[in-house]
Ligand binder design. Structure first.
Ligand SMILES: [Zn+2]
Length: 264
C-alpha cells in the first residue's frame, strides 16, 4: 500500500480488511488472521491493525472473542437500532427507499470506484452467473444469504459511502423478516439478471454515471418486487409503455456505447 500519513494508513488498512470481508475472501463465520500476520500483510503497525479491527467490530462485521481470535460476523455493517427503526415502516416504503439507495450507490460507484473495486465487481458478476434467481432475493443461497448479493454489496463498497452501505445492509436485514419475505418476489430470469449486472458493470467500468444510473434503475425495477395476495406483481413505479420504451432506449444506448468503447 503506497500510503504516507498516519490517517491514510489507518484508512487504507480499514479498506483492506473490509474488502477481505465484502469480497467473501474471509467468509462469514471464519476466523481472520492474527494481528501480527495482518500487520505484515498490510505493512502497518499492530496498533493500526487493532484500530481497524475495532472499527469493523463496532459496525457488526467482526467480533473478537478473548482467547479465540477475531471472527467475521457479517459481510456488511449491521445495526439493531436501524432495524428497530425500520420495523415501523411498510414494505412498500422500505423497498422504495432501497431502490433509492441502489441507484445512488451505483452512481457513486461509477464516480469513485478504484481498479480493485472493478476487479472485485467483475469477479462477483462472474461468480453469480447462472443463478436461477438473482441472489438479491436470497433463495439461491438459503436463509443466511437472503438478499445478500456479492455484486450489489460490492457496488456499495465501490461507492465509498459507509452510510449508504450501512442503510442498505439494514434494509436487507429487514426484508429477511418472515412478514416481508412472503410478499416479495423476483421477476428477473437468470439471463436478465446476468445481462443487467453486465450493463451496470460496464457503465461503472467506463465511469459513466449517467449510464450506470439508467442500467441500475432498469435492474432494480424487475429485480425484487412486491406481490399482492393474488400473486400479482405490484409495479414499483407505474409506467406507460412509452415511458418504459424511453428507459429501454437509454439502457440500450448505454450498452451500445460500452460495446463501442470495448471495440475501439
Ligand atoms: Zn442484481
Amino acid at each position: 500500500m503506497a500510503v504516507t500519513t498516519g490517517s491514510d494508513r489507518a484508512r487504507a488498512t480499514l479498506a483492506y480488511l473490509r474488502r477481505k470481508i465484502t469480497t467473501g475472501e474471509w467468509a462469514v463465520g471464519s476466523r481472520i488472521p492474527i494481528e501480527p500476520e495482518l500487520a505484515e500483510q498490510t505493512g502497518v503497525g499492530r496498533s493500526t491493525v487493532r484500530e481497524a479491527v475495532r472499527s469493523l467490530a463496532s459496525i457488526g462485521m467482526l467480533e473478537t472473542l478473548p482467547g479465540r481470535g477475531t471472527f467475521v460476523r457479517s459481510a456488511a455493517p449491521t445495526s439493531t437500532l436501524l432495524n428497530e427503526f425500520l420495523s415501523d415502516f411498510t414494505l412498500e416504503e422500505i423497498l422504495s427507499y432501497r431502490r433509492a439507495l441502489e441507484i445512488e450507490a451505483a452512481q457513486q460507484a461509477a464516480l469513485h470506484r478504484s481498479d480493485d473495486d472493478l476487479a472485485a465487481l467483475e469477479q462477483a458478476a462472474e461468480d453469480e452467473m447462472g443463478c436461477t434467481r438473482c441472489p438479491v432475493l436470497g433463495f439461491a443461497g438459503g436463509e443466511d444469504t437472503a438478499f445478500d448479493s456479492k455484486f450489489h454489496r460490492l457496488v456499495f463498497d465501490a461507492a465509498k459511502n459507509r452510510l449508504l452501505a450501512s442503510l442498505y445492509a439494514g434494509i436487507n436485514d429487514q426484508l429477511r423478516t418472515p412478514e416481508h419475505r412472503g410478499r416479495l418476489a423476483n421477476v428477473a430470469t437468470a439471463t436478465e439478471m446476468e445481462r443487467d449486472h453486465a450493463r451496470v458493470l460496464d457503465a461503472i467500468r467506463r465511469r459513466d454515471f449517467i449510464d450506470t444510473v439508467h442500467a441500475m434503475v432498469d435492474h432494480v425495477d424487475h429485480d425484487v418486487v412486491i406481490v399482492n395476495d393474488q400473486h400479482e406483481v405490484v409495479p414499483p413505479l407505474a409506467r406507460t409503455p412509452e415511458q418504459q420504451q424511453r428507459i429501454d432506449d437509454a439502457v440500450e444506448a448505454g450498452a451500445q456505447r460500452g460495446e463501442n468503447v470495448t471495440a475501439g
